[in-house]
Design a protein around this ligand. Structure first.
Ligand code: GRF
Length: 212
């Protein structure tokens, strides 16, 4: 399975994917920012990198057209958004229907968009987490593939909560990518996600927070 990863920043999720020893080929890492820390991480793992600066394009459609060309040059089976901080055009999203995924630092559909951890604290939720989902035209609203939940602790600030969630992102994202490599995940025609796992569900499993 050939994978192209899109990034904009520090690349800690990219690192988790590259270090997970997955049965996939990372064909390229593409960033819209030249200063993205993830570029050095990709290079250190021998993965070809490319910077496609959005400032050089007249509008979103022009940028997304160029981005699609750059991606398609690597003929990926899956496009992975790992902290790619751009809103995508409907055309672009349609082109990769069922083969583009994103990781979001909240339990969607709660807290789409930015500043999720501060907003979770302000809302007073006791459980927070992260979501891997297929990308659709509406931001952070695509069909959910998998989620990991963490407790919100008394005394948490946004930074502490972000760090707790990020540790789970680094576990969840490689896990989901492995499922793709094993052909366990598909987006059905009705828009729902099928994940084929040989799992024994523990009917009493629960994350309770706070746990007295
Ligand atoms: C992560 O929190 C991810 O969920 C969000 O952007 C952040 C990227 O962090 N989409 P990194 O670049 O992977 O360290």
């Amino acid at each position: 399975m050939r994978v192209v990863v899109l990034i904009s920043g520090r690349g800690s999720n990219l690192r988790a994917l590259l270090q997970a020893d997955l049965p996939v080929t990372f064909a390229a890492v593409i960033s819209n920012r030249a200063d993205a820390g993830g570029l050095a991480i990709a290079a250190a793992h021998g993965v070809p990198t490319q910077v496609l600066a959005h400032q050089a394009y007249a509008d979103r459609a022009a940028y997304d057209g160029a981005l699609a060309q750059a991606i398609d040059a690597h003929a990926p089976d899956l496009v992975v958004l790992a902290g790619f901080m751009r809103v995508l055009t409907a055309d672009f999203v349609r082109r990769y229907h069922g083969r583009m995924i994103n990781i979001h630092p909240a339990l969607l559909p709660a807290f789409p968009g930015l500043n999720t951890h501060a907003r979770a604290l302000a809302a007073g939720v006791r459980v927070h987490g992260c979501t891997v989902h297929f990308v659709t035209a509406e931001v952070d609203a695509g069909p959910i593939i998998a989620q990991a939940a963490v407790p919100v602790r008394a005394g948490d600030d946004a930074e502490a909560l972000a760090a707790r969630v990020l540790r789970q992102e680094h576990r969840l994202f490689p896990t989901v990518l492995r499922w793709f490599a094993q052909e366990r995940v598909s987006l059905r025609d009705d828009g729902r996600v099928a994940v084929r796992l040989d799992e024994d569900i523990d009917e009493d499993a629960a994350l309770v927070a706070p746990l007295g």
